[in-house]
Unconditional design. Structure first.
Lengths: 461, 461, 461
């Protein structure tokens, strides 16, 4: 089988300069989701028909796909398939044609359609010229209706605007995904004339022509009507994103992870949960985040491209990006761990602490109101409240190093580049501008002066 | 047309001292939403029947409306309309009567009703005495049923409690919104007797009387049954708020803005999105907030009465109120920008930074753990981590000024009032108590003392 | 009546080492919710059949319950009831049998079933041998069907797998909750033979046997089909948690509290709202939290085991645990109040402030970027921005005391243990290492040095 993905649509109703299929669903272009479904079908030649924004599509998806260009942006779906005729003209098998803006179709459904083709061939001794995916709606208004004879053969598909009153009563609608036997498609698609109303060549016109040629066409009903949802507005984009999101969440829950208020949780498709993970409401997991067994992610935390090892706890309202949190570490609440950081085993990064491009060893404690930037902090260091690693001098960034077991008192300022030896002690409020050797205590502290009665005077008089 | 809004209800089931119609939906009283719908109908004389909490209603909505007082809080809807008899007694046209606690009715529905009145007048040569909005429910239990004859004329409306078994089977229910031809309303409303059971005068009794007088009454079916939802409990208030919220969100999405997890997002009715805005989950936009093209608002951020210009990014979990964020600025994550602040073009206010009543010029960087209060900060200033503008001396607030390109080192304290000249440099940890001239470096730093071996002693012995 | 709760299930599809019934719903084990329903029925002897993870169940629920051990984890429901035979063998009344993993059944439904038993006894002079809870589903696939005769007597319950095509059409399904007349249960349960397919003894087999013995069995239809939802996967756990959560939220709304976006709000079962409380989206209230009249909880805040008194305001994104917030206090946004703290009347704890095991008197202001740990702060104290109470010296924690009306300047460091007298004044940036007497001013401040032109040199050259 080959697959042709129609991705040239203008997406006018998106009101966007970006091509419609490049709008994101859970951090990936809509088209990525459609192509992922195709990947699940196994090895397959896939071609994309592109048009508006072709360069953006090609540069994202690269050389794994063939690209065909539809030159007339208003040519219609038939014209789109013709644009790629070199892809299927000589192919004597089935071509899967689907829309790039229909990201909800499931691979299993396509597999079931293929199996149906085989069964019909085997048991009815009939090679179908086309099999179209359909579904049944309570209210089919606005959709193309699938018109069939009493044996279930498709006679034609009619658009809402061209349907007769009887045809409008039909509740089986066209899902916009087709398997075509290429020789028959080739024969009939050239016979389609452009619509007198819109000038477009509709792919759906081939079904009537196939029937007239004596070929057999059938429809295949999707179990879940949401599968055929197309995305034509940003509201439909949001609805599609919600549906894909809930499928991902249900998958992880059924693999043995606890997800509270799943409708509030966001997990992107490349995230991995290793089991017994507990996700609280409003959590967002992005990119290639991976959570080890038993990890707990508190309410509202956002993790992106981050590895969290077994037994670590992310407290509520923490933001962690492009970092690595090791076993049994505790992060948050209200912690911000930025790119290129590592938080060691059983370490604790607490509230209103920012860590950037820093390495924290095991059992480090930085629990309150600190900024740790461009630093290496060895095991068992205590970083007091209000400590700042001043890594920027107005022109460039500098590194710091803190040895094992050191203690940095609260509100101390570490003016990088600096090296604090192991078991060194920085007294609270000190400004450290040179290296401190192992075991030494460093202090900058002016004399404490007391002005008798002066406090009361300033406050009450 | 004139419109009469019944807003005297006690709202007993709200269990509140505040009048029911003054309870908020998306930051505005429920009644505001009903009156907004009326405004969309075009210029219109609107009167409100008020009762419990009348003063609160009047003082909020002011002199744009006429007010009539219903003296008997248990008089019923008929009594409420009679309370305002001076508003419509001599009016020889249609009076729209609706409830203040039914904020979901759409203006288009009322327009459709008016059009229906005209069509009936034109084509059937009939002036309807009343047209009532109705809808059809699967389960009509609890609602008043619309009883019609075979020609579709309304014979009466019966309350659940007084309905016969056959009448209870009727699924068309009264929506509580009516257009009355005033002369016929005047004639019949005086004939209504108070209910023997409750003592209330029910407005719905007039339909039976109109029929008896030989007048014609029809019903008009709302397309969307949620339109007629009344709000009698705070749970129904939450449901109405959700429905209005989703309408607003769908509107902005269809105008070309991307909204993720819309069911988690809160956008109040006066907010404006200028297109291609991207809203992440759990965002809340309040008051007169206005977002320029391409603005991104990260997860969970709350903006109130704030202008954000084109291309600016609000990172997750930021709170910005009554402020102005200029082009391409970056705010957050975890930033708090308070009343009367301006963040200039390409400036960056980062995590755990509070800005209050301050002006920040272009390309200012205040990225970590700072408090900037009552300050003017010129272009290209760098505010280090842990910097505090001490604007309060125990008695009053003072202003500060920082000139272009100045550098304030981390953990420095700026004791207001102060003026730092352009390209001045405050060394980290310094306490600045007097003005610094242009280009000068200011430093308060006691000698760094090292106590050999004393650190290890404090930590390990 | 006695009640027997079947809680021995392996919960294989949960993929968990923890017994299924111990998985949490809103902070309490699933089984806790089932037992709470039983408590609402009045005084009742309750026994639990336990198996896998029995010790964990017993140690959580303690001695208020009788426990019976099902030794064969694959014995089936009939075997589970037999395991507890000592509990009901000699009981000549009704035994309620239900599943521990069905936390959605309402007490009112069981009361209605008991009333139905009485009515049948009184008016039909019939003692039912069993009454089973059922419901009607559009799609009953997968559930046991209730097969009845034309008089409505239950003939048997058949599992999906053993149902004939006609039986599969039955839409009334078994809800898994039963009232059994013990003498008849005893007689028939011993007659049940293990399934030849699975080896399990199915409790539902007794219905057929009862019918064969000439006993009468009826079914009782639950009004709300969600009541009979069993929890077999963590996805179903999430769905059950959502349903219980919405019931709790609707209850509080109808008692006169305003809850915005209730589907985003989490309120655990032991929380109390005293009325006119306003809850914004994404709020989470845990444990024994209690909110006084008129309290407002801003967007996203998390309160756990915390008392908030009348008129206090919790601003957005605050986390408060095991603490007490007094009248009209203001907390947040972005405040973190930890275990054992008290915030006094009209006090204000503001953004990026952490309070731990501290007492704050009335009208204390700690509005920005501070850490207050292990301190007693008397009335009217002002804690400046960036102030840290350094309570840890590398070895142990120390206490501090701040007298009434004292002023602690910004970025000051209070090195505990310390006592600041009332109306004492700590100058900004000072490091306080000894006690300050009442009314005195304390300052540590090195000389401010100005290096002419040196700033410009560092920044521009």
């Amino acid at each position: 089988m080959r697959a042709l993905v129609l991705s040239a649509g203008l997406g006018t109703r998106f009101r966007s300069e970006k091509p419609k299929v490049m709008h994101n669903i859970l951090g990936k272009p809509m088209l990525w989701h459609t192509l992922k479904t195709l990947k699940e079908l196994g090895p397959l030649d896939v071609a994309l028909v592109v048009g508006y924004g072709a360069e953006e599509v090609k540069s994202y998806f690269g050389e794994a796909y063939l690209y065909f260009h539809q030159s007339n942006p208003k040519g219609g779906t038939g014209d789109a398939v013709l644009s790629a005729i070199d892809f299927w003209r000589d192919y004597e098998d089935y071509l899967l044609v689907l829309n790039g803006d229909a990201p909800l179709v499931k691979a299993q459904t396509v597999k079931n359609m293929l199996r149906y083709l085989s069964l019909v061939e085997e048991y009815e001794n009939t090679k179908l010229s086309a099999l179209l995916l359909s579904t049944q709606l309570q209210d089919p208004t606005g959709y193309g209706r699938v018109i069939k004879d009493q044996e279930g053969n498709v006679l034609k598909v009619v658009e809402e605007k061209e349907a007769s009153p009887e045809e409008k009563l039909v509740r089986e609608i066209n899902g916009g995904l087709y398997l075509f036997y290429c020789p028959h498609l080739l024969e009939t698609l050239f016979m389609v004339t452009p619509s007198s109303r819109t000038g477009e060549v509709y792919l759906t016109e081939v079904f009537k022509l196939m029937h007239q040629q004596g070929y057999k066409v059938r429809s295949f009903m999707a179990e879940d009507p949401t599968e055929i949802l197309g995305v034509n507005t940003r509201w439909e984009l949001a609805m599609a994103e919600n549906l894909i999101r809930l499928r991902i969440l249900q998958g992880w829950a059924e693999k043995g992870n606890t997800i509270h208020q799943p409708e509030s949780v966001w997990i992107e498709p490349d995230v991995v949960l290793e089991g017994d993970v507990e996700i609280y409401p409003q959590v967002m997991l992005r990119g290639s985040t991976k959570l080890g067994r038993g990890v707990v992610v508190g309410k509202g935390s956002l993790l992106e491209n981050t590895i969290v090892e077994e037994g670590a706890v992310i407290e509520p309202y923490s933001v962690v990006r492009n970092s690595h949190i090791k076993k049994e570490a505790v992060v948050g609440p209200f912690a911000h761990i930025r790119e290129g950081s590592l938080v060691g085993k059983r370490s604790h990064v607490g509230n209103f602490v920012e860590v950037k491009k820093s390495f924290l060893g095991e059992e480090v404690r930085a629990k309150h109101l600190s900024y740790i930037g461009d630093a290496v902090i060895e095991d068992e260091v205590n970083v007091g409240a209000g400590v700042v690693f001043a890594n920027f001098d107005g022109k460039r960034k500098h590194q710091s190093y803190v040895g094992k077991g050191a203690f940095i008192g609260s509100n101390a300022l570490i003016v990088a580049p600096i090296k604090l030896g192991s078991y060194s002690f920085v007294a609270g409020g000190s400004v450290i501008t040179k290296d401190i050797s192992e075991g030494d205590l460093a202090i900058t502290r002016p004399k404490l002066r007391i002005l008798k009665g002066k406090g009361r005077e300033k406050l009450l008089d």
